[in-house]
Write a protein that binds this ligand. Structure first.
Ligand SMILES: C[S@@+](CC[C@H](N)C(=O)[O-])C[C@H]1O[C@@H](n2cnc3c(N)ncnc32)[C@H](O)[C@@H]1O
Length: 231
């Protein structure tokens, strides 16, 4: 029998996080995609941020949309001429993304252990994909982001600003089990700096009327880059 006193607590946290998040998004993938498919149409600010990001990275270098969900952000970046592909933990999300965007590459994988060579990417987008990551594991995720980005490469992160853990038992019409973390932008910025990033921009967007009605708070966006001399 396993000796639980010797179990590494952070690996227990990681295993639980990955399995509950994966199975929750497997369950909701189809309905999430239907709900979110046209979300960017009504979000001019987000489109502008992705436009700026695509311009920073340029058309050649590869961009990974990590935690891409149904792939609408990946597709938007491709539409801007960016060389983007998507990666997600949930097999069903990847399946839905491939069905919706058959000309774009989507792969299964985890931000905690990316199957990507060191320095391969020119850009990483993590759009609300760290919101389920337990705080203890953010350094692991940001170390992976730093490892796979080329020196000079750019990172764009969107997340929920605040300081709160919200547990969801039901969402998108299904029973599930998801932790959702709201994190202070200064905390994310300092973890990124500890991982070796230079933080360029921090933005706070107040909740829209619809978000306010569903008791959402402010949303945060950070642009950062891996310093060019950091080879
Ligand atoms: C809130 S959804 C955001 C999806 C999409 N980026 C969007 O903007 O709609 C979070 C997504 O992150 C994915 N995710 C969470 N943890 C992950 C991990 N460790 N590695 C890869 N994907 C992850 C989930 O499967 C889910 O598709």
């Amino acid at each position: 029998m396993a000796d639980l006193t010797e179990t590494n607590p952070s690996s227990v946290i990681q295993t639980r996080y990955l399995s509950t998040t994966r199975s929750s998004y497997d369950t909701v993938a189809h309905d999430y995609a239907v709900l979110l498919a046209d979300a960017l149409d009504s979000r001019p600010l987000d489109r502008a941020l992705f436009g700026a990001f695509a311009e920073m990275v340029g058309p050649e270098a590869e961009i990974a949309d990590l935690g891409c969900g149904p792939g609408h952000v990946t597709a938007y970046l491709r539409g801007l001429g960016a060389n983007a592909f998507g990666l997600d933990l949930s097999r069903e999300m990847v399946k839905v993304a491939r069905q919706r965007h058959p000309r774009i590459r989507f792969v299964e994988g985890s931000m905690t252990e990316l199957d990507l060579a060191d320095g391969r990417l020119g850009g990483i987008v993590s759009w609300y994909s760290i919101v389920h990551t337990p705080p203890e594991l953010l350094p692991t995720v940001f170390a992976e982001f730093h490892r796979v980005l080329a020196p000079g490469g750019h990172l764009l992160i969107g997340f929920k600003a605040g300081e709160r853990l919200h547990h969801l038992d039901r969402a998108y019409g299904h029973d599930l089990s998801l932790d959702v973390y709201w994190t202070p932008p200064e905390q994310i910025a300092s973890l990124l700096q500890e991982a070796g990033f230079a933080v360029d921009t921090r933005l706070i967007r107040e909740p829209s009327d619809a978000e306010r009605a569903s008791r959402q708070g402010p949303q945060a966006v950070i642009f950062a880059h891996r310093p060019p001399q950091d080879a």
